[in-house]
Design a protein around this ligand. Structure first.
Ligand code: MN
Ligand code: MN
Length: 291
């Protein structure tokens, strides 16, 4: 059923850009004409591609780019740019919303799917990372940007990774390119609809503020984590689960950083990033809540 509508959906995405922000002309990234992916900062290092494009419904937003699976009712990946300018004073929206840009005939995950499931509504793009404006923040609360995360994951080690990214931006003025998603093996769901990831992964490419694709070299620091979505990981720092992009590519079937020259890609995807004074080891930070 879903697949037969794919050509129509693709046309909608291309023509409509899937953007909820077309009413905010002052935003510099708001597309005014149909855009190619190369024009979105969020996929500047490449659009993740796997062998089955039928299960990648692409949603382009001013705030991030997302690939959604109509089979799992969950994101395949979300890709976003992050630097200090994305952090602001906007209030946390707080209300989780069905994504208005999913095809009308598809199931739209809703907040009630998570009720009494034992799983948190875990952000992929973190709420705090989109606080320039209320509109930015609301975009992180679309349930397409949410995966069921064990509370120890969401409020513990995943948050530790989010804090680490925040420090790289705010204390070290880095430019980050981030991709995140889940790995799904067991077919478990919340609400009988939304797939529960067995692990959640994140890839972080660390550049200097203002840099982009052309600045990625074989010595660009790249960090990757594959974290089990289970109880007991609350007080871990994320590097406990550090891995390589190659391994995440093998687990998910996606090619990441595909716009990077092949020889550079081979180099930076095959080894785990090391910590330096400018990119410090993640310290334990205790939060009272996730934003
Ligand atoms: Mn979270
Ligand atoms: Mn790759």
């Amino acid at each position: 059923m879903k697949l037969t509508h794919f050509p129509v959906m693709l046309a909608v995405v291309i023509l409509g850009c899937g953007s909820p922000d077309s009413t905010s002309p002052t935003s510099p990234d708001t597309p005014t004409t149909p855009v190619t992916d190369s024009l979105s900062i969020h996929v500047a290092l490449g659009v993740p591609i796997d062998g089955n494009a039928d299960d990648d419904f692409i949603i382009r937003r001013t705030q991030y780019q997302l690939s959604y699976s109509g089979i799992r009712n969950a994101a395949n990946w979300v890709s976003w740019n992050l630097n200090a300018a994305w952090y602001g004073d906007a209030e946390r929206s707080g209300s989780f919303l069905p994504d208005p840009d999913l095809p009308a005939q598809w199931y739209h995950p809703r907040t009630g799917d998570y009720t009494n499931s034992g799983y948190d509504r875990g952000h992929l793009v973190r709420s705090e990372e989109r606080t320039r404006s209320g509109t930015d923040n609301v975009s992180t609360f679309y349930l397409s940007n949410i995966l069921p995360q064990a509370p120890d994951m969401n409020q513990g080690v995943w948050l530790n990774l989010e804090y680490w990214c925040q420090d790289l931006c705010q204390k070290h003025n880095h430019e980050l390119f981030i991709i995140a998603g889940g790995v799904f093996h067991t077919g478990r769901t919340v609400g009988n609809v939304v797939a529960i990831p067995d692990s959640c992964w994140k890839i972080v490419v660390v550049l200097e503020r203002g840099q982009g694709l052309r600045d990625v070299t074989t010595s660009t620091p790249v960090y990757a984590a594959m974290i089990p979505n289970i109880a007991g990981v609350r007080s871990d720092t994320w590097d406990t689960y550090q891995t390589t992009v190659d391994r995440i590519e093998a687990s998910t079937g996606y090619d990441f950083l595909s716009a990077v020259a092949k020889d550079v890609q081979t180099a930076i995807e095959s080894h785990a990033g090391t910590f330096t004074t400018d990119i410090p080891h993640p310290a334990t930070r205790h939060a009272t809540r996730d934003r």
